[in-house]
Design a protein. Sequence first.
Lengths: 241, 200
Amino acid sequence: MSAPVLLLSRVTREHVQGDTVVHALCGVDLAVHAGELVAVMGPSGSGKSTLLHVAGGLDTPTAGSVFVEGRDLATLTAAQVAAVRRRSVGYVFQDLNLLPSLSALENVSLPLELDGVRRGMARRAAREALDEVGVGALAGRFPDEMSGGQQQRVAIARALVGPRRLLLADEPTGALDCTTGEEVLRVLRGRCEAGAAGVLVTHEARHAAWADRVVFLRDGVVVDQSGPVAGAESLLAGGAV
Amino acid sequence: MSIRHGLLALLERGPSHGYQLRAEFDAATGATWPLNVGQVYTTLDRLERDGFVVQDGAPDADGRIAYRITDEGRAEVRAWFTSPVSPKAAPRDELAIKLALAVTTPGVDVVSVVQTQRGATMTSLQELTRLKVQAGSGGGDLAWSLVLDSLVFRAEAEIRWLDHCEARVARAAAGRAVPAPTSVAPIPPTPVTAAKQARR
C-alpha cells in the first residue's frame, strides 16, 4: 500500500486551563490513504475538531507527529507549513466563509491566485472545480444569489481547487436539509474516490456512514473503529436461516 | 414482518403462484426480507383456510397452483394498510434486553458491549449507505430506496441510543467512584446483526 496522505502518529494535544491540563487528544494514531474517506465521530468535547486542526497544520500537537504527504509538519518552518496548508490541504467548515463581494468563480480561484498562480490558469482550475461539484453554471453568481446547498458546493470547490490531495471537512452539512446534505456528502465521497484522502468530522451517524472507515473518539482517545464488511449481501442475507 | 399481509397485497395485483409471489416480494423489498418458498406456500395455505385467497383454476403444466384474492382478502389488505404497525407487536428488542442484562450481570464490560454493537451497527449503516448510492445512481427504484431509508434511520437511531447508553454508563460508574472494571476480561460480546434485526 502506498504511503498515507495523512498520518497522525501518537498525537497528543493538551490545553492548559488555569491549573488543570485538558487532554484534547491523547496518543491518537490515524492513517488516511489516497482514495479513502475516514469519518471521525464523537460527542462534543471528544477532540474531533482538534484532530482536524492538527491534521491540517492549523494547530500543533503537544507530542507526536503529523505527516502530510510524507512531510513531518514539525520539521517545517511556519512558512513551509503555510505552503502545505495552501497547496495540499483543502478545508470545508460548517461556516462557509465565502467572500460576499466575490463571485463563485473568484471565491474559488482566490486561494490559487494568492499562492502566485497566474490569473488565467487559476480561473481555469476554478471553473473545473465548480464543474466537478455540479455548480459550473453558477460561476458568475455572488454568494447571496445562491441557495445554502449551492454555497456549500462552492465552498467545497474552493477546498478542492488545484492539486490538493487532503480534504478536511468539519460538519460540512451543518445547516443544510437532509437531501442537500446528502448531495454534499456525495460530492465529498466522489472526490475521495477520484483519489483524494478525506477526513470527515461529524456527530451524525448517517453522515459518517458515507465514509470507508469510522473512527470513534471519546475524551481524546480512539475507542473504536469500524470498517466495511465483506459485502452488502452479508447484510441482507443473514436472516434467511 | 407480516408475510401474510405482504402476500395478500401482492395478490391484489392479480392471481399468482408461490414462486412468482416470492420473486415479486423480493423485488418490492429489495431482498431485505428474503423468503423461502416453503414459507410462501405455508402462508398461502393459511390464507386459504382463512378465506382470504382461493385457488385459481387447475395446476399449470409444472403443477403450480395459482391463487386469487377474495373480497375478504381485499378487506384485510385495506385494514392492514390503514392501521399503524404497533411497536408493541414487533418482537423487538433483543438489543435492549441484552443491554439491560449486561448492566445487571456481574463481570460484563458494558462499555465494550455497547462499542461492539455500535461498531456492528455502524458497519451496516455504511453498507446501507453504499446500497443507497448504488440505488440513486441507477435512476432510482422508489420502493427500494424507501426501504433502505427506513433501515438507515433505524440504524441511526440505534447508534444514537448506544451513544446515550455509553454516556449513562460512564456517568453511573463515575458516580460510584469505584475503579471501573475495564481491565477485567469481559465476556466477549456478540453484536446483534442488522440482518437479524431487519427480519423483525
